[in-house]
Design a protein around this ligand. Structure first.
Ligand code: ZN
Length: 143
């Protein structure tokens, strides 16, 4: 007798953690990769329109903003040094170039960072750090 073959993996599930992160960063559902993850700019949909995954409990909090700041700062630091040291640019002129660029990068990175954080939480089953509310203990019986 031969044993039955194991069930094939569910179609559409990401093959790896990196694939789930990439799907989230691209604004797609990390679970199926088809449905949109965001209803508006950084507001996630409540459920995936394609696979029905519930996203209501994924709370990214401030991590996407921290990641956007971290990436923007690391990418712009060499540009700032280049503008001031190599081109001998004054601080006012450098700020006129750097500040709009920084704002554009921060806003542009916010949605991919949030999608990646949601995917990270989903992959690890973290549910956005939301704990179930405890019911208050029942009062002691009178008497
Ligand atoms: Zn989906």
């Amino acid at each position: 007798m031969t044993e039955p073959l194991p069930a094939p993996p569910s179609p559409g599930l990401p093959a790896s953690f990196g694939a789930a992160i990439a799907r989230g960063a691209m604004g797609h559902c990390p679970r199926c990769g088809e449905g949109a993850l965001f209803a508006r700019f950084i507001r996630p949909v409540s459920h995936c329109p394609n696979c029905g995954q519930d996203w209501r409990f994924q709370r990214a909090d401030d991590l996407p903003a921290y990641l956007s700041i971290l990436i923007t700062g690391h990418l712009l630091a060499p540009v700032i040094i280049l503008l001031i040291a190599e081109y001998d640019m004054g601080p006012g002129m450098a700020a006129a170039i750097i500040l709009p660029l920084a704002v554009a990068m921060l806003i542009g990175l916010l949605q991919p960072a949030k999608g990646a954080v949601i995917a990270l939480q989903w992959w690890h089953g973290m549910h956005g750090f939301v704990r179930e509310r405890r019911q208050p203990a029942a009062p002691p019986a009178a008497g």
